[in-house]
Design a protein around this ligand. Structure first.
Ligand code: GLN
Length: 535
């Protein structure tokens, strides 16, 4: 529609209040009332994308269908909306400056002095409006990363100010803040909210709606006070109380009528019928499990659970599907040794070896793959987790001493995992991996994977440089680790399986990126199903 509406979500007081979840939840409600919605994230850092960032800094790097390496919030957007996002849905300051500077070098500014206002803000506004201009979306929700008052976010807030002026009632701002509870006096405090709204006002932006994160219900008198001090309508003061699962937030926002307030302010019709049936069903199953499993997630960034966000969420989706409570045991790969393996792994019903880069923690991952293989424990190896399973099999079943990935040991006598041909000679790190969705054909109809997917052609997202080395394919197949999925164009091996094992699957791609509330990923669902049977 030509009249796309824009909703900006800003944050105040502190980071980590859950702007991404709020944006996703609101978008879900608007979608459920019949509107087409997409969500965009503007990140104020100078990296061009988070692809080169250490997960300890930034959590998981999420990959879209079109191969963009993006902020993990895009994962939430897809999991909630069940719609793919793209490169245009994540913009960083680095990318904005990169375009402005390359236009300057190209002479596009005709000798003018290039400045933050208007050149940087124009580029920001262009990136915001790109999504609306496609004619696909009624509403674009744009989440501004960081907290109001940060130096880095100033150009974004300024762009929001300009857009509100340009678009009038077709744009609005939702500001998320914190109302802390002081146990000593037993009070909820609104002053931080007032201050943070003041900061926004100083930048010329009057928020239309305030969402207050709180640990206790906020009563009418506090809402009235906030409305008065912050210059918003009473029904535009909304509380967001802590809930046990992020998937309950849309329902909480529905109770607060956030979606209705938003639609009215944007001059859009409020469709009385709201279709949240499948969402409710998912939540009911999630909250009433009949089974339980413990899954070991083995990786080297375990201290920061956000580094494995999509895997953790895919397990929640698969758990709900199986009426099964999934407990994740976060196991640091560097802590695994031959003499503590039994102690650390014997309580697990299933093992996932996570994606990763570099050799730190490799030995522990290889030990975990071996333990799963030898003890018939369901195993899902994702990307590096698949490569680890291949290396382990080469060393301990094929007896190829010193077999390795050339990423870990470039001089290995048996490079069972090797650099892809077109990767050789690439020296830049940013955006140069095999990225995004590729077709994979399942070639073994009897495989667990084929049964799980129940189809022969699938599309999955990639993020890697190294690959199963085809020279060893026959040797692996003969010894019982079978390539069951390949890329139809290149014949690259994408999935391996051990048919004699209960459920042992290694995938070169990242199934976790495609798991959503309404479409739990079949491989995770089948992995959990087979893990719980064991109990
Ligand atoms: N480091 C491996 C590669 O580049 C695996 C990457 C990953 O697990 N995402 O091939």
């Amino acid at each position: 529609m030509a009249d796309t509406r824009y909703i900006f979500v800003t944050g105040g007081v502190t980071s980590s209040l859950g702007k991404g979840i709020l944006a996703s939840s609101l978008a879900k409600l608007l979608q459920s009332r019949g509107y087409s919605v997409t969500i965009q994230k503007l990140d104020p850092y100078i990296n061009v994308d988070p692809g080169t960032l250490n997960p300890y800094e930034h959590g998981e790097c999420y990959v879209t269908e079109d191969g963009a390496e993006t902020d993990l919030d895009l994962g939430h957007y897809e999991r909630f909306l069940n719609e793919p996002t793209s490169q245009a849905n994540n913009v960083t300051t680095g990318r904005i400056y990169q375009s402005v500077i390359s236009k300057e070098r190209h002479g596009d500014y005709l000798g003018k002095t290039v400045q933050i206002i208007p050149h940087i803000t124009d580029e920001i506004k262009r990136r915001i409006k790109i999504l609306g201009s496609k004619g696909k979306y009624d509403i674009v929700v744009t989440e501004i990363g960081g907290t109001v008052g940060d130096i880095e976010s100033l150009p974004y807030i300024e762009s929001v100010r300009q857009l509100k002026r340009e678009l009038g009632s077709k744009a609005m701002v939702i500001h998320l803040t914190l109302v802390p509870y002081l146990a000593a006096t037993g009070e909820l405090k609104t002053k931080p909210t007032q201050h943070s709204v003041k900061l926004l006002l100083e930048a010329g932006v009057q928020p239309d709606i305030l969402v207050l994160r709180t640990e206790h219900d906020i009563d009418k008198s506090i809402r009235e006070k906030v409305a008065l001090f912050c210059n918003v309508d009473l029904d535009a003061v909304v509380q967001s109380v802590n809930v046990p699962t992020i998937y309950e937030v849309p329902l909480k926002m529905l109770d607060e009528k956030l979606d209705i307030t938003v639609l009215k302010k944007l001059g859009l019709d409020v469709n009385e019928k709201i279709d949240l049936g499948a969402w409710d069903k998912f939540l009911t199953r999630l909250k009433n499990p009949k089974h339980a499993v413990t899954v070991g997630l083995i990786g080297k960034y375990i201290e920061l659970h956000d580094a494995y966000k999509s895997i953790a969420e895919a397990l929640v989706h698969a758990g709900s599907e199986n009426l099964c409570e999934v407990e994740i045991e976060w196991i640091h790969s560097e802590t695994l040794q031959p003499d503590n393996l039994h102690e650390k792994l014997s309580g697990l019903n299933g093992i996932i070896v996570a994606p990763g880069f570099g050799h730190r923690g490799m030995n522990g991952k290889i030990l975990a793959a071996r333990y799963a293989r030898e003890n018939n424990v369901p195993y899902l190896g994702i990307c590096l987790g698949m490569q680890v399973a291949v290396i382990e099999f080469a060393r301990n079943v094929l007896n190829l001493k010193g077999a390795d990935s050339t990423e870990m040991n470039p001089k290995t006598p048996f490079p069972v995992i090797d650099l892809m041909e077109h990767q050789k000679g690439i020296t830049d790190y940013g955006g140069t991996m095999r990225l995004g969705a590729y077709e994979c054909r399942i070639i073994e109809k009897d495989s667990n994977v084929c049964k799980a997917y129940n189809k022969l052609t699938v599309y999955e997202r990639h993020r890697h440089r190294y690959e199963f080395n085809d020279t060893f394919r026959q040797q692996f197949t003969d010894a019982g680790m079978v390539p069951v999925g390949v890329n139809p164009e290149t014949d690259l091996v994408e999935i391996v399986e051990i048919p004699t094992h209960k459920w042992f699957v290694g995938v070169q791609f990242h199934p976790e990126y495609r798991s959503t509330v309404l479409n739990p990923h079949p491989l995770f669902v089948d992995f959990i199903k087979n893990s719980l049977v064991k109990k």
